[in-house]
Design a protein around this ligand. Structure first.
Ligand code: ADP
Ligand code: MG
Length: 278
């Protein structure tokens, strides 16, 4: 991998040549779990990764390779067994509430209205929803195109709509860092593409540092500045590749022949462990 390019040419929102500051750093991180039969499972082995401010990095790899574990380490939901996890230069030692997290399932509270679900993080931490949060909740509802569903309950919405609500909720406190764990994988292909485009639009408006876990190579190519490819157990980073396509990206980006070539190269890497570009 061309380390020089990987270290300098990232962070699509940077408007100067100087590289954006490092937002997230994993340094020689390993994570070992004890399984129910007491045997030890090395979920992550010597993972090092640097993610720049406002960079969009996707992680691709087979099921069980430790993708979710990386996100949980970053969110402070889980400690590393060895190595360091740093966010903006500070060691992560506890759960952080300044990070947005979107899971595979929308995880909405079924008894709360859509509006109350979106504003829930503030209600949960402060016990109330102030005027500013209300305003922001309304703006987010508008942004995801669900303003008229404010008073509905989650089960009155489709899966795609519910996932939009979960994304809006993760953006409530305008976090600098957004962690997304296969957020679109439970959705049908069309809704998936639609939500990918929506995410691009949201990020163009309010740039963020995003770590996005997916199985879908095309989705990763459409969204990312770089893609980290992982090997199965023990989870290691095989390669990190730059995604060269100009922004703004759209469905026409996917029609570029180079898009499919890169998708095939990544597929070969994931399934056959061949080096991209080798
Ligand atoms: P992925 O998200 O890539 O599918 P995970 O990060 O969820 O993978 O899991 C990586 C490995 O760690 C798997 O083998 C999984 O069984 C194991 N693992 C994850 N969490 C735990 C846990 N809390 N206890 C025991 N093993 C775990
Ligand atoms: Mg997972």
């Amino acid at each position: 991998m061309n380390q020089h390019i990987a270290d300098t040419a990232v962070g699509h929102s940077a408007d100067t040549q100087a590289p954006a500051p490092v937002a997230i750093q994993l340094r020689n991180v390993s994570r070992v779990f004890e399984s129910s039969d007491r045997s030890l499972v090395t979920a992550l082995d010597d993972v090092s990764l640097k993610i720049r401010h406002r960079e969009f990095l996707s992680i691709i790899g087979p099921s069980g390779c430790g993708k979710s574990t990386i996100l949980r380490l970053l969110a402070g939901l889980l400690p590393a067994t060895t190595g360091d996890v740093e966010i903006f230069g500070l060691k992560v030692t506890e759960p952080r509430d300044d990070i947005g997290f979107v899971f595979q399932r929308p995880t909405l509270l079924p008894w709360l209205s859509i509006f109350d679900n979106i504003t829930f993080p503030v209600r949960h931490t402060t016990g109330r929803v102030d005027a500013r949060t209300k305003e922001r909740g309304q703006a987010l509802l508008q942004m995801i195109g669900l303003a008229e569903f404010a008073d509905k309950r989650p089960n009155e919405l489709s899966g795609g709509m519910q996932q939009r609500v979960a994304i809006a909720r993760s953006l409530l406190q305008d976090p600098d860092i957004l962690l997304m764990d296969e957020p679109f994988s439970a959705l049908d292909a069309l809704t998936r593409d639609e939500l990918s485009m929506e995410l691009l639009r949201i990020l163009a408006e309010r740039p963020k540092t995003v770590v996005f876990v997916t199985h879908a190579i095309q989705e990763a190519l459409l969204l990312s500045d770089r893609i980290a490819i992982m090997s199965p157990r023990p989870g290691r980073i095989l390669d990190v590749i730059d995604v060269p396509f100009d922004r703004p990206r759209g469905l026409d980006t996917m029609l570029n022949p180079a898009f499919n070539e890169l998708a095939n190269a990544i597929r070969a890497m994931v399934f056959l462990r061949e080096k991209v570009g080798a």
